[in-house]
Design a binder for this molecule. Structure first.
Ligand code: DON
Length: 570
């Protein structure tokens, strides 16, 4: 009886949500669980309602998840300039309906004129802001190459059809939300500083204002008409190079003309019978999430309550060791050898955890990277899509900081990334996310900077289970990891999971960062054991957008309530 009531209430709620098309509506059901938006066949969860709706409309017209990816991505460029982009890069992990998996890397690259010490002064000190603000911070963008490559391989609808909604959105304008008004106004002084002049977005924005992007509409139209080369070799490339160079940047036409996206083999590993498929280097995401989950796997974490003292301790210690390894070993695999097999091997990880002590925090000063002895075989946004055919894509894309380098290509209407800051400017010197790096992530011409982006797909018993990812810089890995545990170990719905308070540790600084909503009841006990706690910063940790395939086959969207994020399905 209970079951029937549950099914009826879910059906009722699905009808309701179809009627009102809410954003992050949370549904209370008879089983006292909180579900996100539910759908029968297809779903998009992204940072903006416009983008999710446009992606979904493409699938309603018969397009697949890859078609929807192109349309959603370009709609985020227009509706979410904070992170959506053609001036940045990203990663996509996919799982086809037949179970085949893969990934594409369209990460930015260092310009040909980049050099190892380009952000250091004569004394060898890091020059403040040089790798984050303005033209010198910009890496060679990969997004347009990535989208066209995906479309070429998997797309089914004509590219014109996929690009038109974003062109229309740019022409007709986007309504400013509360979050957006706050961010645009807060960053205005930096827009002016980076561009040495005012830009389109330089005004005091109010909620409900409409922003139109006529120059961007023209740029997208040129790309639609002339193809990907318009961005890399055409008028748009000229505009980009000219503008960046006028601001003292080093990107050349050769940099753009030689950019190529790369198909890569994703990182896959088993966690308690679930297959986790995530991004390989130059993202650290897949390896780090694998290291953390495999380090905690032998401890059977679900014997401890969710977010309890023991839960936080165990995860913190696994994270501390993982981020120490990240700093030493991870970088662009086209330039450095990354010892993937060792880093993910249960023996290596058990050695790494062998000095973990339940009574006392390990100090980060006592931790360095592990010993690799085994022979080796060889500001961001995320969206998740499942189509009506059963294909799934997880995409995380970024221009790094909020509005990237703040450089807004005059006449072409888009922001450029400040991804160069993801390199290690100097060994031991933290980047804007406090992450340390070493030789493996040193700057070199045409090298890709190390990323933490973790677009991830989870499979259980050969079936698609979850599509997930988030922005959040260094906290991306730990946010995705906590959500995987929420669902796999604590049986949460996707909406319950994304709404949970989160925490994060990254080796250095040696603090556990907690969201302000995290219950502080465990803090005294943690302090007693020697842990440093940082809840001072009201910054949220991640904005997770995910889809869960429920046991009855329905799709449940988890749209993070921390932003304007929105799940749309049919
Ligand atoms: O690739 C990376 O790891 C970073 N550039 C991601 C930046 C990010 O998530 C910013 N958003 N909060």
């Amino acid at each position: 009886m209970k079951k029937i009531l549950l099914i009826l209430s879910i059906c009722f709620l699905v009808i309701q949500c179809k009627k009102s098309a809410p954003k992050t509506t949370i549904l209370e059901t008879e089983d006292h669980r909180t579900y996100g938006i539910l759908a029968d066949s297809a779903m998009v969860v992204s940072a903006r309602e416009e983008a999710s709706k446009i992606g979904l409309a493409i699938m309603k017209q018969g397009g697949n998840a890859f078609d929807a990816m192109v349309a959603t991505d370009l709609s985020l460029l227009v509706s979410y300039p904070f992170a959506g982009n053609i001036g940045g890069g990203g990663f996509m992990v996919y799982r086809l309906k037949d179970g085949k998996t893969g990934s594409i890397d369209y990460r930015e690259k260092a310009p040909l004129k980049a050099s190892r010490d380009m952000y250091l002064d004569k004394k060898g000190n890091v020059i403040p802001n040089k790798s984050t603000l303005g033209a010198m911070a910009v890496g060679v963008p990969g997004t347009v190459a990535g989208l066209f490559e995906v479309h070429k391989k998997f797309g089914t609808l004509p590219i014109e059809k996929l690009m038109q909604p974003a062109i229309d959105l740019a022409t007709n304008g986007v309504v400013v939300t509360k979050h957006q008004a706050r961010m645009l106004n807060a960053y205005r002084p930096l827009f002016e500083k980076a561009n040495k002049r005012t830009i389109l977005l330089d005004k005091e924005w109010q909620v409900g204002d409409t922003i139109k992007y006529p120059a961007l509409a023209l740029t997208l139209t040129r790309i639609k008409d002339n193809g990907r080369d318009e961005f890399y070799k055409g008028k748009t490339a000229d505009m980009l190079v000219e503008y960046v160079q006028s601001l003292g940047g080093i990107i050349t036409k050769e940099d753009l003309a030689s950019y190529e996206a790369q198909w890569r083999k994703p990182i896959t590993f088993d966690y308690k019978g679930n297959k986790i498929i995530s991004m390989s280097p130059p993202s650290s995401g897949g390896i780090c999430i694998g290291q953390i989950l495999k380090s905690i796997e032998p401890y059977n974490i679900n014997q401890y309550a969710h977010n309890s003292l023991e839960y936080v301790q165990l995860i913190t210690e696994a994270e501390r060791r993982t981020y120490a390894d990240r700093s030493e070993f991870l970088g662009d695999p086209d330039f450095v050898h990354v010892p993937i097999d060792t880093l993910l091997s249960p023996y290596y990880l058990s050695q790494r955890m062998s000095d973990f002590n339940w009574d006392k925090a390990t100090k980060s000063t006592d931790i360095t990277y592990g010993e690799i002895t085994l022979p080796e075989s060889d500001e961001t946004t995320h969206y998740s899509i499942i189509d009506q055919f059963g294909n799934a894509v997880a995409v995380t894309t970024t221009i790094n900081g909020a509005y990237g380098s703040k450089v807004y290509v005059k006449d072409a209407g888009f922001f450029l990334n400040n991804e160069m800051d993801d390199f290690s400017s100097k060994p031991g010197e933290p980047n804007m996310f406090g992450l340390l790096g070493a030789e493996a992530n040193a700057i070199a011409p045409q090298k890709r900077m190390l990323s933490a982006m973790t677009p991830t797909i989870v499979e259980k018993e050969g079936k698609l289970k979850m599509v997930i990812g988030t922005p959040g810089g260094s906290t991306i890995i730990t946010s995705v990891m906590q959500n995987i545990l929420n669902v796999l170990e604590y049986d949460m719905t996707m909406q319950e999971s994304v709404s949970q308070p989160r925490f994060h540790h990254q080796w250095y600084p040696d603090d556990i960062k907690f969201e302000t909503t995290f219950d502080s009841i465990i803090f005294p006990a943690l302090r007693n054991k020697g842990y440093n706690i940082d809840q001072s910063n009201s910054r949220i940790i991640g904005k997770v957008d995910a889809i869960l395939v429920l046991p009855n086959g329905k799709l449940e969207g988890g749209a993070d309530p921390r932003g304007d994020d929105s799940a749309e399905g049919f």
